[in-house]
Design a protein around this ligand. Structure first.
Ligand code: FES
Ligand code: FES
Length: 163
């Protein structure tokens, strides 16, 4: 099948790519751009490990999204979350609170949490549950993940207050 040239901006870098019409955003990120932080799990929209952030910061399941539909658009992956040489507060709190075990789900969890905290640094328990509903971790039991998200929200509020 004929490939189509698309322009895709990933973590601020613009790429021109030849993609097949059936290739997913996940396949392009991992297999064409070597951005393997975004994980390949169920590839069916059920586990959330492939979550990236779209142009408005929204959570996007990259396994269920065709790359051709992202022509001319921007995406942020877990490789683009770090702030300079510093980890993002979400990443720091995941580490501090033991929300990372095998780590396979962690990029998806971080991107789901970021989609929430970018627009809401005072999330309720319900907000967190809703934002993280599609992001599954088989190791942590999710309690430590929720603690880390609450602590990251607090850190972000403090930063906003100091800014
Ligand atoms: S790999 Fe995308 S939801 Fe599971
Ligand atoms: S840390 Fe292992 S699946 Fe989440």
């Amino acid at each position: 099948m004929a490939k189509q040239i698309i322009t895709l901006t990933v973590n601020g870098d613009e790429h021109e790519l030849a993609v097949a019409p059936y290739q997913t955003l996940l396949e392009v990120l991992r297999d064409e751009l070597d951005l393997i932080g975004t994980k390949r799990g169920c590839t069916a929209g059920s586990c959330g490990v492939c979550t990236v952030n779209g142009e408005q910061g929204e959570a996007v399941l990259s396994c269920c999204t065709l790359a051709v539909d992202w022509n001319g658009r921007s995406v942020t992956t877990v490789e683009g979350v770090q702030e300079g040489t510093e980890l993002h507060p979400i990443q720091k709190k995941f580490l501090e609170h033991g929300a990372v075990q095998c780590g396979f789900c962690t990029p998806g969890l971080v991107m789901s949490a970021k989609a929430l905290l970018d627009v809401n640094t005072s999330p309720t328990e319900r907000d967190i549950n809703e934002a993280m509903a599609g992001a599954i971790c088989r190791c942590t039991g999710h309690i430590k993940v929720k603690i880390a998200i609450r602590e990251a929200a607090k850190a972000l509020r403090e930063r906003e207050g100091a800014g």
